[in-house]
Design a protein around this ligand. Structure first.
Ligand SMILES: NC(=O)c1ccc[n+]([C@@H]2O[C@H](COP(=O)([O-])OP(=O)(O)OC[C@H]3O[C@@H](n4cnc5c(N)ncnc54)[C@H](OP(=O)(O)O)[C@@H]3O)[C@@H](O)[C@H]2O)c1
Length: 261
């Protein structure tokens, strides 16, 4: 009988999942497969002092970029663009090469939606030329506003009155050929996606902070509150604990609303 030997090396579990090569089902005909990604504190807050800085380690930011590898379009609400600036960059040539090897453009399309059209036209979303970007604008915005945005070289697509979200998703799928949409918030935007039952997967990082505050935004926040029958149900797909940062990385699948919990 072989005598038991103490292990000379105990391998640590990986501190992060690998989100570079996710397998998603076929998207429906009328919209892309929709993935939402948000970071929050341990008490469920999505902002500190008005933006997300201070939430999410470098590893979380890396995961955000790995998720982008899988996306055809990365969408933000206009407030996030105004507050934080947004792009679809990957920040790493290895990640870019993965997309190129898969026959995709180097970066996904960056998109923003806005009712007012009051957008910061000096931000890289409009000035950069290494990634493509587009604006989905409410029909109610003025012609002058639309022309100012178009003058940056970014296309402006008009949101269908009364069907803004579903119209936008239909346009992404059918006119742009998008198969995977990554929605990166903010909370007002994610809430509308959940309300419309168009979220397929929800990725979230829980950081080791308490932010507190009665009016501090959470990852999904809007005028709609789901009642007990309407609560959205999730199934945990994966969970990784980062022992260095004390973050948790969660991937959920959203149960279809015709599937009972
Ligand atoms: N923790 C995280 O992971 C995370 C991620 C992203 C953002 N954030 C934070 O969240 C905050 C911003 O979030 P937010 O919820 O206030 O705003 P948001 O979702 O980023 O943007 C809201 C804006 O999007 C436009 N919009 C919303 N619904 C629309 C519709 N149906 N049709 C057309 N346009 C529509 C409107 O733009 P107009 O006002 O131009 O009309 C609206 O004011 C920031 O503090 C940001 O730092 C946190």
């Amino acid at each position: 009988m072989t005598e038991w030997q103490p292990a000379t090396h105990i391998s640590e579990p990986p501190n992060k999942p690998d989100y570079t090569s996710l397998e998603f089902p076929e998207p429906p005909e009328d919209r892309p497969y929709v993935v939402v990604n948000m970071v929050m504190s341990a008490d469920g807050k999505a902002v500190i002092e008005g933006n997300e800085q201070g939430l999410g380690s470098k590893t979380d930011q890396r995961l955000m970029r790995e998720l982008r590898v899988n996306a055809d379009v990365v969408l933000n609400g206009a407030s996030t663009l105004r507050v934080s600036g947004t792009s679809s960059r990957l920040g790493d040539e290895t990640l870019e090469q993965l997309r190129i090897d898969r026959g995709k453009p180097r970066f996904p399309l960056a998109a923003v939606w806005s009712r007012s059209g009051d957008l910061p036209l000096d931000k890289i979303f409009f000035t950069a030329r290494d990634f493509d970007a587009a604006v989905y604008l409410s029909a109610g915005a003025s012609d002058a506003t639309r022309e100012r945005i178009e003058a940056t070289g970014r296309p402006v697509y008009t949101l269908a009155p009364g069907a803004d979200l579903l119209g936008m998703l239909g346009h992404m799928r059918q006119a742009l050929g998008a198969r995977v949409l990554l929605c990166e918030g903010g909370p007002t935007t994610t809430a509308q996606f959940f309300a419309a039952h168009v979220v397929d997967e929800y990725f979230t990082t829980i950081g080791p902070e308490i932010v507190a505050g009665r009016d501090t935004l959470t990852p999904v926040e809007g005028p709609v509150t789901f009642n007990r029958d309407g609560v959205r149900h999730l199934e945990l797909v994966s969970l990784t604990h980062n022992q260095e940062t004390s973050e948790l990385y969660l991937r959920y699948r959203v149960r279809r609303h015709d599937q009972s919990p």
